[in-house]
Design a protein around this ligand. Structure first.
Ligand code: TZP
Ligand code: MG
Length: 212
């Protein structure tokens, strides 16, 4: 499946309080989100699959891929478009083997040491960060800033998305650092109007691209 990393929504059940994860997703898709990741650290696999199937059904026909964070069993049961794994999750090689070649596989990269170790042949994209410290992921690795982002996008040489505290004001710096897009949680989840928040981000990305 082809995919566009421009504006990648990562769902967080705690931040999506006023609007459910499903409502937030549909609002974000109307606003111009290009990828959606279901990330739910506290759900059982059964709950995860239930939420994921509902999301998958609601998103059908939108052209926006649904990616599952970490849980390969859920990704398969949901028939998600892909899986995203971190450094503490299942190794990417094993994830690729279980997923098959047609699904999208993303990997988190937070340092040069990690970037140098990756097997590019099994990964479709990398999520690089955190660019900034963020309270959304309390156990995050040290922030890398735009300099670190630029270094790691070059080193990985794969489609990439920047994550960690990134907001509308960072769009130009993120794209100038070589990333293909922004992955955001709080800039969309938990916003009063997730559709408007997404549209403003999507417009900022379009405008920045036109200038670069
Ligand atoms: N991985 C690295 S930082 C992060 C994840 C999932 C959270 C990003 O959240 P926010 O609210 O966009 O800073
Ligand atoms: Mg993880």
């Amino acid at each position: 499946m082809t995919f566009d990393l421009s504006l990648y929504l990562v769902l967080d059940p705690d931040l999506c309080r006023d609007h459910s994860m499903l409502e937030t997703t549909m609002a974000a898709i109307r606003g111009g989100a290009t990828m959606v990741q279901l990330r739910h650290k506290t759900a059982s696999t059964r709950e995860f699959i239930e939420i994921g199937r509902a999301l998958r059904a609601a998103m059908a026909g939108s052209g926006v891929p649904l990616i599952v964070n970490d849980n390969i069993e859920a990704a398969i049961a949901i028939d998600a478009h892909g899986l995203h794994v971190g450094q503490d999750d299942m190794p990417a090689e094993m994830a690729r083997q279980k997923l098959g070649k047609d699904k999208i596989l993303g990997l988190s990269i937070e340092s040069e040491a990690v970037a140098r170790k990756i097997d590019k042949s099994v990964i479709d994209y990398v999520g690089i960060g955190p660019v900034f410290a963020t309270s959304t992921k309390p156990d995050h690795k040290p922030a890398i800033g735009f300099e670190g982002l630029a270094h790691l996008t070059t080193l990985c040489n794969l489609p990439s998305v920047a994550i960690g505290g990134v907001k509308q004001e960072h769009v130009t710096d993120v794209l100038e650092s070589g990333a293909d897009g922004l992955a955001v949680v709080s800039a969309i989840c938990g916003q009063k109007n997730p559709e408007t928040a997404t549209r403003q981000l999507a417009d900022a990305i379009k405008n920045a691209r036109a200038r670069l």
